[in-house]
Design a protein around this ligand. Structure first.
Ligand code: C2E
Ligand code: MG
Ligand code: MG
Length: 596
């Protein structure tokens, strides 16, 4: 181990030599005669201790000590003063300047060695202590940094978990969880302040079809866009949430009166009725909104939700794309519908369903060229149930597939029987629910089987689809329709003009016939807007090489108008109401002289 170096500062040579002799065995010694030399040596050597004489000619020991203590690098180097004096006042002065000890001249070698040794050991111990505390400080700083990082990371994980638990990943809107929480809060607040609020339950129309036909990916993108549009319709204080599949809710607070909720509902309906563009495709949907309001429509949260749901179902049933406020009659109505759905199951088994047929007239020779099969239900308790109602109830479950199959089977059997009776040109029009084009319905296979079983020429079957089916514009539906078309079955668009179909849809789908909706015929007296519309549809049909049937013809004037503009076929009370199969046979047998 190398020796520690001691700097001796004294103008008296004798003392320097003496001290050197005493200490040189244990330490390396460097000597300075004055302050200037002392500072120079300090810069050159790593000095462990300074022995500093107080009385010197130029700078005295105190001044040298002051200079050394002001220099950061040597501030901590221990200084022992050498003095001949033994005065307490001087010692205090020295200690105040930073000296660690005094050695009084004449010196005693053991005292010098002991004091020097002690101070060097003390200084080393101090240095070590400082080093330790520095290391400790660094360690603490490092650990604090680590802990801060850990806490930040944990906080982030917590925030993420909180987000996942409360927000819908697709739309980034609050999910059912957060919605329930917020609704509970709004409810409590309204109760306490005697104020009111409204709950809007929004269900997308036709979303299921988009999902089934265009795929879940497109469905997801659509929901995302719906979420964005909904957010833009509302004020900051309103909460919009996605609570499931295609169901959204809006909570409206601070409303002056509950009717104000209608303004928001209208805004939402308008906003969602504009087509959505996804991957270059235009998708039309709509929405049905049920509204319940506090305090009238629910003694608790659950009741409010249930009532909004009921109001929403009422809208769906009445034709969708609208809103309704909950009313107490709806509970009764909903119960009736549930009852009716149950009854419809047994109706299928108990032969309560039957078909009526309405003649379709060829307007060139005014003969019956076909019939449309129309569903009837004679309910044992409620009597006749309208087909619109039967279909809408059945469409809520897979019951529609059973009902649809029953209609197809019965109608095919009937037309086969008429063919056997000799009315071999008669065709039959059968209404199809959109849901009969879902994959699981497998309508193509069923029709193939029915055609074969009943030995029917395919072209006499005409399936009536709605414009909405074409809007789905999916490969599945297009393929299904093309397959039917390839079989030789013909396709017509029912209630044409009431939906959203455009020319491009008509060209893309293998359609043979357009059935102009009866609302246009009803008002088609000369000069009305409808009159122009009917003429336009007729012209369009001709240019697309499609036949046109006019529905709901009730007067001679309407018939003449249609004939004058080249309509191909007509149907309506003017010729005959929908009647039983037997009555059709009578009409067919009178063929030729009934309508003139
Ligand atoms: P749709 O297919 O458009 O049938 C025409 C509706 O208009 C029939 O009502 C018919 O009775 C009525 N109608 C015919 N001529 C006239 C007329 O001159 N004036 C008036 N005011 N009405 C006339 P219906 O039988 O009540 O059927 C209503 C709807 O129910 C049908 O409309 C069709 O969409 C649906 N539907 C009926 N049967 C079936 C079925 O077997 N399957 C499916 N999916 N839907 C069916
Ligand atoms: Mg029809
Ligand atoms: Mg129709």
């Amino acid at each position: 181990m190398s020796k520690d170096t001691i700097l001796i500062v004294d103008d008296e040579r004798f003392f320097c030599n003496l001290l050197q002799n005493i200490l040189q065995d244990l330490y390396q010694i460097v000597i300075a005669k004055n302050g200037k030399e002392a500072i120079e040596l300090l810069t050159k050597h790593d000095i462990a201790l300074i022995l500093l004489d107080i009385v010197m000619p130029d700078l005295n020991g105190y001044e040298i000590c002051k200079t050394i203590k002001q220099t950061e690098l040597y501030r901590k180097t221990p200084i022992i003063f050498l003095t001949v004096k033994n005065e307490t006042e001087d010692e205090i002065k020295g200690f105040n300047l930073g000296a660690v000890d005094y050695i009084i001249k004449p010196i005693s070698p053991p005292v010098v060695k002991a004091r020097v040794g002690t101070q060097i050991a003390l200084s080393k111990a101090n240095k070590k202590l400082q080093q330790h505390s520095l290391e400790l400080e660094q360690l603490v700083a490092h650990r604090t940094e680590e802990l801060t990082r850990e806490i930040t990371e944990k906080q982030k994980v917590y925030e993420k978990l909180h987000y996942l638990a409360n927000y819908d990943q697709l739309t980034q809107l609050p999910n059912r969880n957060l919605f329930n929480e917020r609704l509970a809060y709004v409810y409590k607040l309204a109760k306490r302040n005697n104020s009111s609020f409204s709950l809007l339950l929004i269900d997308l129309d036709r979303f299921k079809h988009v999902n089934d036909s265009l795929g879940h990916h497109i469905g997801d993108l659509l929901l995302e866009q719906v979420g964005q549009r909904l957010s833009t319709c509302l004020r900051g204080v309103d909460t919009v949430a996605r609570i499931g599949g295609d169901e959204f809710t809006v909570t409206l607070t601070e409303l002056h009166k509950k009717e104000d909720a209608a303004i928001v509902a209208e805004k939402i309906i308008k906003e969602l009725s504009h087509p959505f563009e996804i991957h270059g495709q235009l998708i039309h949907i709509g929405c049905s909104i049920g509204i319940s309001s506090y305090p009238n429509d629910g003694e608790n949260l659950h009741a409010m939700l249930k009532n909004a749901d009921m109001a929403m179902y009422e809208v769906k049933e009445k034709g969708k794309n609208a809103y309704a406020f909950f009313s107490s009659d709806m509970t009764e109505h909903a119960n009736q519908r549930m009852e009716l759905e149950k009854d419809l199951y047994s109706a299928l088994l108990n032969n309560e369903l039957y078909l009526n047929y309405q003649p379709i007239i060829n307007l060139q020779d005014e003969t019956i060229c076909g019939v449309e099969a129309l569903l009837r239900w004679s309910h044992p308790k409620h009597g006749q149930v309208s087909p619109d109602k039967i279909i809408s109830i059945a469409e809520e479950s897979d019951l529609i597939l059973k009902v649809g199959k029953w209609v197809l089977t019965t109608a095919c059997k009937q037309i086969s029987s008429w063919h056997e009776q000799g009315f071999s040109d008669l065709h039959i029009a059968i209404n199809m629910s959109t849901r009969q084009f879902e994959e699981k319905a497998d309508s193509v296979t069923l029709l193939k089987k029915l055609i074969q079983q009943n030995q029917l020429p395919e072209h006499i079957i005409q399936l009536e689809i709605t414009e909405n089916l074409m809007l789905e514009d999916s490969k599945l539906i297009l393929n299904g329709l093309s397959e039917l078309k390839n079989l030789g079955i013909s396709l017509s668009v029912d209630d044409f003009g009431t939906g959203y179909s455009s020319l491009s849809y008509l060209r893309r789908f293998p359609i043979d016939t357009l059935k102009i909706d009866q609302s246009f015929i009803r008002d088609s007296n000369q000069g009305s807007g409808e009159d122009t519309l009917v003429k336009a549809i007729l012209a369009m049909g001709q240019s697309l090489n499609m036949k046109v049937i006019a529905e709901g013809v009730e007067t001679k004037e309407q018939l003449m108008f249609l004939q004058a503009h080249g309509c191909n076929y007509a149907q309506g009370y003017y010729f005959s109401k929908p009647v039983s199969a037997n009555e059709i046979e009578i009409l067919l047998n009178q063929q030729g002289n009934i309508f003139l």
